[in-house]
Design a binder for this molecule. Structure first.
Ligand code: CAA
Ligand code: NAD
Length: 295
């Protein structure tokens, strides 16, 4: 069994950048692939900022920060992932984009390389079936923000080999994460429960139950959640959540997974949440303020 030493990460958006950071901090060499050079450069700048903050707070040493940064490299070429022992994809929630990348990597990477997906709602077997190494394809589902959230769902498709599962589990633990084993059903454990809750909050807003702020306050002060559901939707991304809902509804045909019309409209309007500056809240000022959605 070859040791995992070098990790490839596809996509340096919200999730990919966090995955790059935790891998580099855990001592792995990491190469991140983006579609544009400026995207990975921007993400690496943010990672440097988080590490600097940790140095300032004396959580890590300056040498730790420099060592982590020196283990990271960025590229736009998939060929640069040829010597990775593990590749984790964190590209947009779209099976075609994921499978196109894994299909190309299947030709580029050696036989022992494990392909892992950070998908929120797609089934792993859909990606495994698109490669010639289905026994080495697995789900490694991280949570946002990756450097803070402890959980990783380790998802075994019907095709995943035991050795792949064991290596992926040990890898998650080596990052200081808490792994749980999940079945390859759309949404695994957490999103199976979380997504209906988030969509329910949008339906509550749509039907006039309460304002954006009061729905969020309800769950923060009534249930002790760290953020309310509409803040969390902005944090996860409206575009991503819309895609997740579509995929889960397609899988289960249950109303609780259906994207509420308001979510679709926000997606169409480009109100993608924090990352676009507008979502349920407007992030252009010092503090977020609820958006006027003409409800
Ligand atoms: N990278 C690194 N560090 C980060 C970070 C990031 N992206 N974001 C925040 N932090 C750090 C901050 O620097 C801060 O560190 P210090 O304690 O050293 O100051 C710490 O995290 C706490 O941050 P803040 O003080 O800014 O904010 P907070 O106390 O309000 O906590 C939060 C922020 C951790 C995000 C908290 O609000 C929270 O837990 N929210 C819920 C998150 C959640 O539910 N995530 C799951 C989303 S669903 C998902 O991921 C699955 C899916 O498939 C969609
Ligand atoms: P994001 O939109 O922030 O980032 C996606 C990145 O992928 C973008 O920077 C994009 O340029 C890049 N990309 C697109 N095609 C690519 C390709 N072929 N090769 C390399 N990079 C490519 O999205 P995100 O929120 O980071 O989500 C990424 C994945 O993680 C999705 O599958 C999502 O469902 C899952 N996920 C998201 C969250 C969350 O809270 N946002 C949590 C857990 C899992």
């Amino acid at each position: 069994m070859k040791k995992i030493e070098k990790v490839g990460v596809l996509g340096t958006g919200l999730m990919g950048s966090g995955i790059v950071q935790v891998c580099a901090q855990a001592g792995y060499d990491v190469v991140a692939r983006e579609i544009e050079e400026e995207y990975w450069k921007k993400a690496f700048g943010k990672i440097e900022g988080f590490l600097q903050k940790a140095v300032d707070k004396e959580k890590i040493s300056s040498a730790d920060k420099d060592a982590a940064l020196s283990r990271m490299s960025g590229t736009t070429s998939l060929d640069d992932l040829a010597d990775c022992d593990l590749v984790i994809e964190a590209v947009v929630e779209d099976i075609e984009v994921k499978n196109e990348a894994f299909g190309e990597l299947d030709e580029i990477c050696p036989e022992h390389t494990i392909f892992a997906s950070n998908t929120s709602s797609l089934t792993i077997v859909e990606m495994a079936a698109a490669t010639a190494r289905p026994e080495r394809v697995i789900g490694l589902h991280f949570f946002n923000p990756v450097p803070i959230m402890k959980l990783v769902e380790v998802v075994r498709a019907i095709t995943t080999g035991q050795e792949t599962f064991d290596r992926a589990w040990a890898f998650a633990e080596s990052l200081g994460k808490i792994p749980i084993a999940a079945k390859d059903n759309s949404g695994f454990v957490v999103n199976l429960l979380l997504v209906p809750y988030l969509l329910g909050a949008v339906r509550a807003l749509e039907s006039g139950v309460a304002s954006v702020e009061d729905i969020d306050k309800g769950m923060v002060f009534g249930c002790g959640h760290p953020m309310g559901p509409l803040t969390l939707l902005d944090f996860v991304g409206i575009d991503t959540t819309y895609r997740i809902a579509e995929i889960m509804f397609d899988e289960y045909k249950q109303e609780v997974y259906a994207a509420p019309p308001l979510l679709r409209k926000m997606h169409l309007a480009g109100y993608h949440g924090r990352k676009s500056g507008k979502g349920f809240y407007d992030y252009s000022g010092e503090e977020p303020v609820p958006m006027d959605l003409n409800l």
